[in-house]
Design a protein around this ligand. Structure first.
Ligand code: UD1
Length: 328
């Protein structure tokens, strides 16, 4: 019998890639998703349970019904600016719902838990690249909601048989290299999405949020990771736990930073289309520079990325959007 894995948020951008690759690796996938931002179209394999993590009864029933002992927890709200405007929604959907999930996992004796965390837990880095041991002082509610979730997972792990891998994502973009899946979100507003939207004439210009950061050209610097490499890191994390690995916190990035203007330049070159820029002030809650120290994950999980170049990230994202023109 195939091994079952429950994916909360498995109809979303990253969860759906992981679901596809898990199924290809021979797992049975059960997706638990409220489909608020994710879509059933992106669940290729396994069963979709449409539900919210606040519905503890349904969640518990799903875990028991499918005899789940492995969970990957993606479901979350993920926009930094939105979290600044609606902080309590973030503590509700990210922190409280993670507590619900952990309580249910505890009841049914889940053993392996992989959690989608974020580089936003580090806040404004004093040192770059950021190590997993670097100080965590998040500067927005999104980062705080995720850091609190990390603490709960660590405490639950201490007090029970739950073993976990917390993956701290840096800036995720791109799409499946075979073009089967990508971002379905109609309101994705991250940099590469927005730049692709200009190329495809869904928007007239790209706003640059801040040109006065203490960085190479004054714009924000980020470590962009291809979604396919990130997804495969989840499967490596699960295999590691299945083989008796101890709980870990691991950065998911490549250890290379690009500024907003550098990203825009690559999008222009790859697409051959000009991208008009409008300079805006900084977004609240945006750090200047966020780059991963990316060695620990390679060492612990024996994870080797295959798409660690910015052009690959941009071209797969652009190709996906071009083919799925209804997604803006
Ligand atoms: C992203 C993720 C967040 C994740 C974090 C990890 C999104 C929406 N957010 O945040 O979930 O936890 O990485 O570090 O994917 N920018 C512009 N113009 C735009 C959009 C962005 O100038 O139209 C700039 C931003 O100010 C920033 C950089 O581009 O300097 C990257 O921004 P964005 O793609 O939104 O990602 P983060 O906010 O870094």
């Amino acid at each position: 019998m195939n091994q079952k894995v429950l994916l909360t948020g498995g109809a979303g951008y990253i969860g759906s890639h992981v679901g596809l690759y898990l199924a290809e690796a021979g797992y049975d996938v059960i997706v638990f998703d409220n489909c608020s931002t994710g879509t059933p179209e992106s669940v290729f394999f396994g069963e979709l349970v449409v539900g919210d993590l606040s519905d503890v009864e349904l969640l518990l029933h799903t875990l028991i019904n499918h005899q789940i002992s492995k969970v990957m927890h993606f479901a979350a709200s993920i926009s930094v600016p939105e979290s600044v405007l609606r902080p309590l929604d973030y503590y509700d959907n990210n922190t409280r719902n993670t507590l619900n999930l952990l309580q249910c996992c505890n009841k049914v004796g889940v053993k392996e838990f992989v959690f989608s965390s974020t580089a936003a837990v580090y806040g404004q880095a004093e040192e770059n690249p950021l190590k997993e041991s670097s100080i965590t002082v998040p500067i927005n509610p999104y980062g705080r909601s995720k850091l609190m979730s990390e603490w709960m997972i660590q405490d639950a792990g201490q007090a029970s048989n739950l073993n976990y891998v917390i993956l701290r994502y840096f800036n995720v973009s791109g799409a499946d290299s075979k073009g089967r899946i990508g971002s379905y979100s109609r309101n994705a507003n991250h940099l590469i999405d927005n730049a692709c939207n200009v190329v495809l004439h869904h928007q007239s210009h790209l706003k640059v949020f801040g040109i006065d950061f203490p960085t190479v050209d004054g714009t924000g610097v980020r470590d962009y990771i291809h979604v396919q490499d990130l997804a495969l890191a989840h499967i490596a994390a699960l295999n590691y736990l299945e083989n008796g690995g101890s709980s870990q916190i691991l950065n998911c990035g490549y250890g290379v930073g690009y500024s907003v203007l550098e990203v825009v330049e690559r999008v222009k070159v790859i697409s051959g289309i000009d991208i008009p820029l409008v300079i805006e002030s900084r977004r609240p809650g945006d750090p200047a520079c966020v780059i991963a120290h990316a060695e620990k994950i390679r060492h612990i999980l024996d994870w080797h990325p295959h798409h660690d170049n910015l052009d690959d990230i941009i071209s797969t994202a652009l190709e996906w959007k071009r083919k799925n023109v209804s997604i803006k």
